[in-house]
Design a protein around this ligand. Structure first.
Ligand SMILES: NC(=O)c1ccc[n+]([C@@H]2O[C@H](COP(=O)([O-])OP(=O)(O)OC[C@H]3O[C@@H](n4cnc5c(N)ncnc54)[C@H](OP(=O)(O)O)[C@@H]3O)[C@@H](O)[C@H]2O)c1
Length: 303
């Protein structure tokens, strides 16, 4: 099994010698003397989850255009194959296909194992996600738990898997896709907003912890974006009618702006001026207080 070398620097409690249960052992030893020369010859690789969807696909395309080889992961093998083949043809990059359903802990462990046993990306983009649009208590518990698995557990697992190798290399970027919803009072899909709040909080807590390692973490919080996200029965055609058209970004715009924000070493980023304003207003105490009052009325009316 290939061994990952680390630069010998321990980042407060994060690098662990403990193996993944029953699977992969990570050795901690200094880089080989010729490591720098080997690194400069190596092509960079980006791992993108949710890679066949709107925002993930836009990231994959932009990164391939920038010369990254790719590791794409998504749950439907045929879509993955189609996306990968098209990127290989368009940009002449190498694309690995890692099929995984991020709801399934075994699949997530499989990805963790592949990263820890050698395929450490230079950039990890955690995009996969889904939304629902029902009052919390009326939705199936299973749906809420699946959302926690995809938005939180998979993001934390892949980040954990990639970090030791990135730190050893002295460079790496992690982009976690949150949502503008995490800054706003919502009264229907509260679990969606809450899981995305976790993604933002996790990224914000992690970044200072990694200072000096060469690894950077960015949480991106898009507003309404023209993808397949709203094309479900629950959203009642929102994806087609797109009210307030000017507020909807394209996935390409989200990817472009996010990669620019990454270069500027932002930690939390909301693409678009209007969305940024909405985020600042939505985060204010007065709006959060108002949100709590408004949603209390709904509770009273139904009691
Ligand atoms: N669109 C928006 O307005 C908006 C706004 C803010 C944040 N976001 C966030 O942006 C991210 C990307 O969404 P999008 O707008 O690009 O929507 P999308 O077009 O529906 O893409 C979502 C991607 O995630 C994948 N995915 C979902 N569940 C998965 C699972 N269990 N295992 C593996 N892959 C899974 C989907 O695969 P399948 O095709 O197989 O389902 C798809 O490739 C999400 O995290 C979303 O919360 C979107």
């Amino acid at each position: 099994m290939p061994q990952l070398a680390t630069a010998g620097r321990r980042v407060r409690g994060f690098l662990s010698d403990a193996p993944i249960p029953g699977k992969h052992v990570i050795a901690t030893r200094p880089l080989a003397a010729n490591g720098d020369a080997m690194r400069s010859a190596r092509r960079k690789t980006a791992l993108v989850t949710g890679a066949t969807g709107g925002i993930g696909s836009a990231f994959a395309d932009r990164l391939a255009r920038d010369g990254f080889d790719l590791v794409l992961t998504d749950r439907v093998a045929s879509s993955l194959e189609e996306a990968a083949a098209s990127l290989e043809q368009a940009h002449g990059v190498q694309v690995q296909r890692w099929r995984a359903d991020l709801v399934d802990p075994a699949d997530v462990h499989g990805l963790v194992g592949r990263i820890r046993s050698g395929t450490v990306p230079d950039m990890l983009v955690n995009v996969a996600g889904f939304g629902t649009n029902q009052p919390f208590e009326e939705n199936d518990l299973e749906v809420h738990l699946r959302m926690i698995q995809v938005h939180i557990s998979a993001c934390v697992s892949l980040t954990w898997a990639a970090l030791p190798g990135m730190i050893a290399r002295g460079s790496g970027d992690i982009i976690n896709i949150g949502s503008l919803a995490s800054f706003l009072p919502v009264n229907r899909d509260v679990n969606y907003a809450a899981t995305k709040s976790y993604v933002v909080a996790f990224s914000e807590q992690l970044q200072p912890h990694l200072r000096g390692t060469g690894v950077h973490v960015l949480a991106v919080c898009p507003g309404l974006t023209r993808t397949g996200f709203h094309d479900t029965r629950e959203f009642g055609g929102l994806g087609e009618t797109r009210p307030f058209e000017r507020m909807w970004s394209t996935p390409e715009d989200v990817a472009d702006r996010s990669l620019r924000a990454l270069r500027r070493k932002k930690v939390i980023y909301t693409p678009g001026v209007i969305n940024t304003l909405v985020r600042w207003v939505g985060s204010s105490h007065i709006v959060r207080w108002l949100g709590r009052r408004v949603f209390t009325v709904r509770g009273r009316a139904s009691s």
